[in-house]
Design a binder for this molecule. Structure first.
Ligand SMILES: [Zn+2]
Ligand SMILES: [Zn+2]
Ligand SMILES: [Zn+2]
Length: 566
């Protein structure tokens, strides 16, 4: 028999919003420990336990070995102290709001789990055919939360008090929904609604059956999900896609697809084991795959040998596919040109007027907009075209620990970033920052990330692109003046190279980087096109370049390459 002790255990990493507290509860009870576990405002978890030395040691092993799949433990600190006999049970205590900058990692959105899909198929349960089914291990996270610590009152479930059945599950440590902030059911949860183009609601016995029927008739439908609104149509009919392209004003840009299951994807696209892993994983990105043959319309991705595909990640999408016998649906971000993706019902009905024929919406808020992520697997590793849902706000390690910096990035295909504690937290993908609406979404995204990281003080430094005319550069200038902090202007291609360095975990060494990019404002005031730079994180030497040539209309050439030809 070993003697009794008290232990304080602090865990950092992705440990909030992933069923971690209930997991700790079960491990503590299994090892006969007393005490409590709480979420901290810095995204970490604190545990105080008392018990025998042996059982505390076993408890620590259990935490390391059995942690939930979606969690990611970065560090476990523990400190033993003399036994005091303070507790008579083990409980999950109220969260502690703290003034510290977050050191932990709040989770990205998690695709619906197999257990919840089973619940949706159970005709007797409260979740039968209920599209918002979720549990402690799955569901919206980043898109649902206003601030930390992760508790229901700070999420989009704030407006939906639990019914007595949900409350029972929520407080039952043996239930999968124990302590699940997103718990909801048919009785107490959000509801779907279907509207025509004028916004008038359509009554139907089953809204999903009605929506499926409308899709089969060739309509384009706006469908609200967890990170925004998609525009959805059939992917097999040329005339539907022609009309879709005409309305979106997109002649050749590829549309993304969603397929009901992996076997169906195999019928029109080729993929290897690694790509299959990304398709089926809980992050559910769009993966660019090689096309097989014409099962889907050529107009989905005209002239390309690849097609972007994802699997359903919400109950809403699952229910739609159950009522269709289609190999895939087009599923593209629902935004009017120059606007960010719509996230409210009003925005959907107003901004997507003329784009969508019908609207399948719901009455739950989307707190943080998040487009689908897009990646291609190159030599076994993901290369992102767009890093957003499923990946944000996961940080990337950098070898700079000092201070807090906010970077607003370049103008096109933008994401902002906050650097703190040796990590960079990129915001969700924000698109082109070329209008007031998208500029506003950039400001909101930065503020949202500050809230998640618990950064209430001014940062130490702002960063932006060297290009003086980018809207993002002008915004950074104003913000740095308002906060009275220095502004660093980063050369575009050097920024690309250091980003790739960070993504690949390169520490403090010199690399030879090649940036072949549309255009980037150069240190000599010229527009640079392709550079070979000897780079470190802190500087670069230009050792090779594409020759200078005149660009009629300057940056317009990046939008309209034919200008260069003429
Ligand atoms: Zn689940
Ligand atoms: Zn309920
Ligand atoms: Zn660039």
């Amino acid at each position: 028999m070993s003697g009794k002790i008290e232990a304080r255990i602090n865990i950092t990493g992705r440990v909030q919003g992933v069923g971690f507290r209930p997991f700790i509860y079960r491990m503590a009870v299994r090892n006969g420990l007393l005490g409590y576990v709480i979420n901290l405002g810095d995204a970490g978890v604190e545990i105080i336990v008392e018990g025998t030395e042996d059982s505390v040691a076993r408890f620590l092993d259990d935490i390391r070995e059995n942690a939930p799949e979606v969690s990611d433990i970065e560090d476990i600190f523990h400190k033993f102290s003399p036994f005091r006999g303070r507790f008579d049970s083990f409980i999950i205590d109220k969260s502690k709001i703290s003034g510290k900058v977050a050191s932990g990692i709040y989770p990205p959105d998690i695709g619906i789990c197999p257990e919840c899909l089973k619940d949706m198929d159970d005709p007797k349960g409260r979740w039968c055919e209920y599209p918002f089914t979720a549990c402690a291990w799955c569901g919206p996270r980043f898109t649902s939360v206003k601030a930390l610590p992760y508790d229901r009152e700070r999420t989009h479930m704030h407006d939906f008090p639990m019914c007595k059945h949900c409350e029972e599950d929520y407080f039952n440590p043996l239930d999968r929904r124990f302590d699940a902030q997103g718990i909801t059911c048919k009785i107490c949860g959000p509801k779907m609604s279907l509207h025509d183009a004028s916004g008038a609601s359509i009554d139907a016995r089953d809204l999903f059956t009605e929506t499926a029927k409308l899709l089969l008739e060739g309509n384009i439908i706006a469908v609200k999900g967890i990170g925004g609104v998609h525009l959805v149509s059939l992917a097999t009919q040329d005339d539907v896609l022609e009309e879709f392209r005409r309305r979106k004003g997109r002649k050749n840009q590829p549309f993304a697809l969603m397929s009901p299951d992996i076997g169906t994807i195999r019928s029109f696209a080729k993929f290897n084991k690694v790509e299959e892993g990304f398709l089926k994983g809980w992050k559910r990105p769009i993966v660019l795959l090689r096309k097989r043959h014409r099962l889907i319309s050529e107009l989905v991705a005209p002239g390309l040998d690849t097609v972007g595909v994802m699997l359903p990640y919400t109950g809403i999408q699952t229910m739609l596919f159950k009522r269709l016998d289609e190999p895939a649906l087009v599923m593209t971000s629902g935004n009017r040109s120059g606007y960010p993706m719509a996230i409210t019902n009003d925005a959907a009905l107003n901004e997507l007027k003329g784009l969508a024929d019908y609207f399948l919406l719901h009455n739950r808020d989307i707190i943080n907009r998040s487009d689908d992520s897009v990646l291609r697997v190159i030599q076994g590793s993901p290369a992102f075209t767009r890093r957003s849902r499923g990946y944000v706000p996961d940080p990337i390690d950098i070898p700079v620990r000092k201070g807090i910096g906010i970077a607003l990035g370049a103008e096109l295909r933008n994401a902002a970033a906050i650097g703190t504690n040796g990590k960079v937290f990129m915001t969700q993908y924000l698109g082109d920052i070329t209008s007031l609406e998208t500029a506003e979404s950039l400001e909101k995204a930065v503020q949202g990330m500050r809230d998640l990281l618990n950064i209430t003080c001014n940062p130490d430094v702002m960063a932006c692109d060297l290009h003086p005319d980018y809207m993002t550069s002008q915004m950074a200038e104003v913000m740095s003046q308002e906060m009275d902090i220095p502004l660093v202007r980063s050369q575009h291609h050097h920024a690309h190279i250091t980003s790739v360095m960070a993504e690949n975990g390169i520490k403090d060494e010199e690399v030879l980087g090649i940036a072949l990019d549309g255009a980037g404002y150069g240190a000599d005031g010229q527009i640079w096109g392709g550079e070979v730079l000897k780079s470190t994180y802190f500087g670069y030497k230009r050792v090779g370049q594409l020759e200078y040539i005149p660009m009629p209309g300057g940056d317009l050439c990046a939008y309209y390459p034919y200008r260069m030809l003429i």
